[in-house]
Design a protein around this ligand. Sequence first.
Ligand code: LMR
Length: 337
Amino acid sequence: MRNKLLAAAAFAAVSFALAGTAIAQQPVIIKFSHVVSPDAPKGKAAVVFRDLVEKYTDGKVKVEIYPNSSLYKDKEELEALQLGSVQLLAPSISKFGPLGIKEYDVFDLPFLMSDDTRARQMMASPMMADLNKKLEAKGISPLAYWDNGAHVYTANKPLIRPEDFKGMKMRIQGSKVLDAVARELGAIPQIMAFSELYQALQTGVVDGEDNVPSNILTQKFYEVQKHLTVSYHGRLTYALVTNKKFWEGLPADLKAPLARAVKESTEYFDETAAKDNVDALEKIKASGKIQFHVLTDEEKRAWVAKLMPVHKEMQSRFGKDFIDKIYKASGFVAPQS
Ligand code: LMR
């Protein structure tokens, strides 16, 4: 009997030790949720990030990607990140307002950033430290900014002069500046999740939207819109964000390989986005499904003149000093009226 008990105890001890080893070897899982197509720059960069992470951590960290809002939609994904249900997102920074952080909306000031290189330098500069802290106070750590280039408009009628927006129902992201832009143009802004946009355009719930060409192509918005205006009036920037507690709690030996994967996937993103947006515009044009209009310099001047009051109006929201700081960093010079 005693021998049997000893044997059972020894067996239990060995099983426990083996289970312990198995637990120690379980990879860390990073769930990366996003709202775009796997073929869009963000979708491709997510795959690059996943592969780099696995390589640099020798499989100790695995990244599971959930594209196309398959796990969470815009607003839900930020809540899920705060709760720790997902560990990584790359939302548009125009969607941080509902978290109670209004400052990121400033980057939506119309025609603020026309120069790609400068926009990227600005988002990677120490100037962002104060804004990063605001996200951290909400339990969210920004790891990098991914700049996806300039916005164009699509609509079911031509948008050439500012007056053309009158009465148009336009889908916007959650930013208060985007709301003010639409209202200044005489349009009716409607905040809507990205995942609902195709159907809303198809059924006429909204008449138009603005986005980067790679999203218009990969979400097939061009199939349900009649006109596209190359206006480059705004930008789409993503923040690669993680749950602060999760990231800080990772074993020390994983930090450097993960930081390397962040850096290299950011470089990959910037190159891919610039190229994909040029290609997407060509492909949309070649489809023949949508009428193209590139704003002439004169038309653009009329848009800028129409939208400058939004810059002024937003001084009371952000403070003139903060806006001046952003002007300096972005290279924006207000036109003389
Ligand atoms: C949008 O909501 O229009 C975009 O921000 C979607 C995205 O993440 O590119």
